[in-house]
Design a protein around this ligand. Structure first.
Ligand code: ADP
Length: 483
């Protein structure tokens, strides 16, 4: 199966969140199954710098409205072919990939990701400028959402599969964008790409793709409801027969406590002593009081309302009163950042905060803490709760989305069955979170139960194999389904 995998970020080249992890790992997992998957990505400075040798596949005078670009081909992790859109006017700039250094969205994001969508559509159409032709185009998130809309109006194009990694981000732009991006006129319609008078990249993808997937079975149900459908629940409900939830896997090589170079000491289920060394190293590094006995809780996250960071900050003083310690790594909302920094100042030695994005530290935190906090209000899949189980660090999670599908709540029954891997709470309030933390701390004191919990989490298979197989099946279904 020839698949073009269209994404706006891919680890280790460029990453702002979970989409990058998926784009870095799923294509290689599919290739291991025998599929010829190629990744298409914009040529940001980080990507071009990491390219090494590359071939110029094509110079393309893009369609009306878009600047010209070069299509470069190279390889990235595990030899996955990488196709890069080299268009300096749109992608060669300082700052983030979606936002400038002030944190404001780039004003030409519609054009930047319109080009990504357009190039994918060109490559999937019969008039593609390159020889290799995908049988399926796999579009990820709103940045690739216009691809199915462009392709729908070109006869004999490949079918599209559209994956939603987070429905909260939809890529909505003013109506004049339709003309700027030379979208087929017929697509700007409530039954199409129009969303209350504006152009919605994501809605276009959800409407025109042959099949829609999202990143966990529970989230696939939730997005059909008013509460978590972000205004698209009607469309998603209509499409429910071609909507599938597939739980993300994780990169089990990058996230392996037995080989992880970012750790102070590696460890595994059969030799757990190294975990304690990581706790001490983390306490030292973050300026926490060095004490192996005190429970150390942590969080690595974007600081946003979605992730429930506010609840963690709210319960922090009560947590500290129980002699626990807290370490937080993340960035985002300025108010949350300031509150976190203020708490660290108020409780030196007990609360440590690092504002920023730090891959290496995130690994050490997963290994060094005792309990991982993930009280997300909604969570399409979530990755850290899986990393932490693999690192012998039971997660405390809110019962939502992929967290429900990947964490088994610790109860006397699940402990006895050796299936418990973490702690799940339903009431999304500070009180609900605190009660769950207290429940976890009781189990933490019982070394026998704790050992069972760690063992179940660390032995779980979080690899991509099973999920990659499901994506392959979706590709086959998309190919065999007629419009
Ligand atoms: P989302 O994509 O919504 O941010 P996920 O849990 O799916 O959430 O993925 C987030 C990814 O980004 C994880 O790999 C997580 O470890 C990483 N991450 C988030 N914030 C930071 C940070 N401040 N430093 C390092 N890694 C981070």
């Amino acid at each position: 199966m020839r698949v073009l995998f269209v994404t706006s970020e891919a680890a280790p080249l460029v990453k702002t969140g979970g989409l990058a992890d998926v784009s870095g790992a799923l294509p290689s997992a599919l290739r291991r199954l025998g599929d010829d998957v190629r990744v298409l990505i914009p040529g940001y400075p980080q990507v071009l710098k990491a390219l090494g040798t590359f071939k110029i596949e094509a110079f393309v005078a893009a369609a009306e409205g878009f600047p010209d670009f070069r299509l470069l081909t190279s390889e990235f992790s595990e030899g996955v072919p990488l196709w890069v859109i080299d268009c300096p006017l749109l992608y060669q700039r300082e700052g983030g990939i979606y936002q400038d250094s002030m944190g404001d969205d780039w004003s030409d994001n519609a054009l930047r990701f319109g080009l990504l969508s357009k190039v994918a559509a060109m490559l999937g159409s019969p008039s593609s400028p390159v020889e290799w032709k995908p049988e399926v185009v796999h579009c990820n998130d709103w940045q690739a959402g216009l691809t199915p809309a462009y392709m729908h109006f070109v006869p004999d194009s490949a079918p599209c599969v559209m994956t939603v990694h987070n429905l909260a981000f939809q890529g909505v732009f003013p109506p004049q964008t339709v003309e700027e991006l030379a979208l087929p006129e017929g697509s700007f319609h409530p039954h199409g790409a129009e969303y209350y008078g504006n152009l919605s990249f994501l809605k276009a993808g959800l409407y025109y793709a042959r099949h829609v997937t999202t990143v966990s079975p529970t989230y696939a149900e939730e997005i059909q409801s008013e509460e978590l459908g972000f205004g698209l629940q009607g469309l998603l409900k209509n499409r429910s027969k071609s909507l599938t939830g597939i739980l993300n896997g994780i990169d089990t090589e990058e996230w392996d406590p037995a080989t992880d170079q970012a750790l102070a000491q590696t460890y595994s289920l059969v030799k757990m002593t190294g975990k304690a060394a990581n706790k001490l190293a983390l306490q030292k590094l973050m300026g926490l009081t060095v004490d192996p006995a005190v429970p150390l809780l942590g969080l690595v996250s974007r600081f946003t309302h979605q992730k429930g960071v506010d609840l963690v900050l709210e319960v922090a003083p009560e947590l500290i009163a129980t002699k626990a310690q807290l370490v937080l790594l993340g960035s985002g909302d300025a108010v949350l950042q300031n509150q976190a920094k203020a708490l660290a100042k108020e409780y030196p030695g007990q609360i440590a905060v690092m504002i920023g994005f730090d891959e290496k530290l995130s690994h050490l935190i997963e290994a060094g803490i005792d309990l991982f906090l993930m009280p997300s209000r909604f969570e399409p899949c979530g990755l850290n709760q899986m990393y932490s189980q693999r690192y012998g660090t039971p997660p405390i999670v809110h019962a939502t989305g992929g967290l429900v599908d990947s964490v088994v709540d610790c109860t006397p029954d699940t402990l006895a069955k050796l299936s418990a891997t973490g702690f799940v709470f339903s009431e999304m309030t500070a009180q609900g979170l605190l009660a769950c933390i207290q429940r976890a701390l009781v189990v933490y004191q019982d070394k026998k139960s704790w050992g069972k919990l760690l063992s179940a989490g660390m032995s779980k298979d979080f690899g991509w194999q099973a999920s990659a197989m499901k994506y392959h099946e979706i590709y086959e279904a998309a190919l065999s389904t007629k419009e």
